[in-house]
Design a protein around this ligand. Structure first.
Ligand code: SAH
Length: 395
C-alpha cells in the first residue's frame, strides 16, 4: 500500500510542478487513487506515474498545495526542519535582538515552502493564521514543532484562523490559544512601540509588512507636513514624527483604528502636539487638502480580493492617487501602495501613471518598494509578491 493517497495528473499538466510552482489546480487532475478527505496529505504523480510532489489536498480551485518536491516522510521532523529553516532565516537577516525589533513574520506561506500557513511573532506570542484545511488540521503539531524550534523564546501560540479558513470547509474554527497564554502586549519595531491586539485586530494584529517602508519614510519626513492616509495603528505616523515631521495627520475610516493610533502615538510621543488623528473616509478627507501637505502616504486596504474586482480596484487606486497628486505642495513626496495580490506591479504603476497624467504635474519615481525579507517570495510562485509601493517626487 502506498504511503499517501495519490493524485494523478492529466497529460501535460505536470509542467508547472516541474518548475516548482506549488499549486495543483483541480482541472489538472485525471484521477484520485484512494480515499481522500479535505486536508489529507497526498502524493502527486504525472500521467506517466512519475513522482512529482507532496502536499495538502483541498476542495476548490487550488486542489493541492505542495510543501515537498521530494519523496519525504511527512512527520514531526519534516515540519521541525521547515520551521527551523524559516526561523533561522529571520534571525540571520533581521537580527531582532540588536535592532529593537521583536515583531516579525516567522512563516510566509509559499515563500517558506509552507503554503496555507502564516505565523507572525509578537514578542513571545506566535499568531498562526491558516489558509488551508491541511495546515489547520495539524495546527497543534505545528505549534509544538515551533516550540521545539524556538524554546523559551516562544511563550504562547494563538490560532487566528476563523476568518481565513475556506468557509465551505467542514470545520468550525474558533480562535484561541493552542499553547500557553499571553495578554496582548506592547511590541517594538526599531524602537517604536505599538499595542498589538491579535484577538480583535486586522490580519494577525499589525501590518508587519510595511516595516522597512515606514523606516524609509522617516528619512523623508524632516520639516514636512505629513498626511498618513489609511493609518490603521498609526505606524507611518510615528516614524514620520521620529524623522522630525513638522505635523502629522493620521486618517482612517475606522474609529477603532483612530483610537489605536492615538494610543500608540501617546506611547511613543507623550503630549506631542504635532499629531492629530481623524476618523474619516479617505475620499471625503482628500476632497479638500490643497497645498496642505508635502508628504502623503496612501496605504489602502486590498481594493481587489479577486480577479473580478480588478477593474474597480484600479479605478480606486487611480482616484486616490489623483487626489494626492493634484493637491500636494510643490516639491512634495507621495508614498503610495497596493497590497492586492491580483493587482500586478505593472497594473499598479499604470494606475499611478494615469493619476499623475490627470494631475498634469511632473512626477518622478524615487523608489520602488516591496515587502520585507521576512515576507520572502518563492521565485517559482510570483503570486507571492503582493506588496507594491512607489515613492514619488511631485514638482
Ligand atoms: N498603513 C497601515 C495599514 C493600512 S490597512 C499600517 O502601516 O499599519 C488599511 C486601512 O484602511 C484599515 O485600517 C481600514 O480601516 C482603512 N480604510 C478602509 N477603507 C477606508 C476608507 N474608505 N477611508 C479611510 N480608511 C479606510
Amino acid at each position: 500500500m502506498e504511503k499517501y493517497s495519490q493524485i494523478i495528473l492529466k497529460s501535460g499538466k505536470d509542467q508547472s510542478l516541474k518548475r516548482f510552482h506549488p499549486w495543483v489546480f483541480s482541472g489538472a487532475i485525471k484521477e484520485i487513487r484512494g480515499a481522500v478527505n479535505e486536508g489529507d496529505v497526498v502524493e502527486v504523480l504525472s500521467n506517466k506515474h512519475e513522482f512529482l510532489a507532496i502536499g495538502h489536498y483541498q476542495i476548490g480551485s487550488i486542489a493541492v498545495r505542495v510543501f515537498s518536491f521530494a519523496d519525504s516522510e511527512i512527520n514531526q521532523s519534516f515540519w521541525v526542519d521547515k520551521l527551523t529553516n524559516a526561523v533561522s532565516l529571520r534571525k540571520e537577516l533581521l537580527k531582532p535582538e540588536t535592532t529593537g525589533t521583536n515583531v516579525y513574520r516567522l512563516v510566509h506561506g509559499e515563500g517558506d515552502g509552507m503554503p496555507g500557513l502564516i505565523i507572525d511573532f509578537y514578542n513571545g506570542t506566535a499568531v498562526m493564521q491558516m489558509h488551508s484545511i491541511g495546515m489547520y488540521r495539524i495546527r497543534e503539531q505545528l505549534a509544538q514543532c515551533l516550540k521545539d524550534v524556538m524554546g523559551d523564546e516562544l511563550k504562547a501560540v494563538y490560532d487566528k484562523s476563523a476568518k481565513t479558513i475556506p468557509y465551505k470547509s467542514d470545520v468550525n474554527p474558533v480562535d484561541g490559544f493552542i499553547l500557553g497564554q499571553l495578554e496582548p502586549d506592547v511590541v517594538s519595531e526599531y524602537g517604536n512601540f505599538f499595542t498589538v491586539d491579535w484577538v480583535e485586530g486586522q490580519k494577525t494584529g499589525f501590518f508587519i509588512d510595511q516595516r522597512e517602508n515606514r523606516r524609509l519614510l522617516q528619512e523623508y519626513s524632516k520639516g514636512r507636513d505629513v498626511l498618513n492616509m489609511f493609518c490603521y495603528t498609526g505606524g507611518f505616523s510615528f516614524y514620520a514624527m521620529r524623522g522630525g515631521a513638522h505635523l502629522v495627520h493620521s486618517v482612517d475610516s475606522s474609529e477603532k483604528a483612530i483610537e489605536l493610533t492615538r494610543k500608540n502615538v501617546e506611547l511613543n510621543f507623550q503630549g506631542d502636539e504635532r499629531h492629530e488623528a481623524y476618523a474619516e473616509d479617505a475620499f471625503v478627507f482628500m476632497k479638500d487638502i490643497k497645498d496642505k501637505y508635502d508628504l502623503i502616504v496612501l496605504d489602502p486596504p486590498a481594493f481587489a480580493k479577486h480577479q473580478r474586482s480588478l477593474g474597480q480596484a484600479l479605478k480606486g487606486y487611480k482616484r486616490i492617487n489623483t487626489r494626492a497628486f493634484e493637491q500636494i505642495r510643490p516639491g512634495g513626496i507621495v508614498f503610495t501602495f497596493s497590497c492586492s495580490q491580483v493587482v500586478t506591479k505593472d497594473k499598479f504603476r499604470e494606475a499611478v501613471f494615469t493619476a499623475a497624467a490627470i494631475s498634469g504635474r511632473n512626477v518622478r519615481i524615487l523608489h520602488q518598494l516591496t515587502q520585507p525579507v521576512d515576507h520572502p517570495v518563492n521565485i517559482y510562485h510570483p503570486e507571492g509578491e503582493y506588496l507594491k509601493g512607489l515613492v514619488l517626487y511631485v514638482e
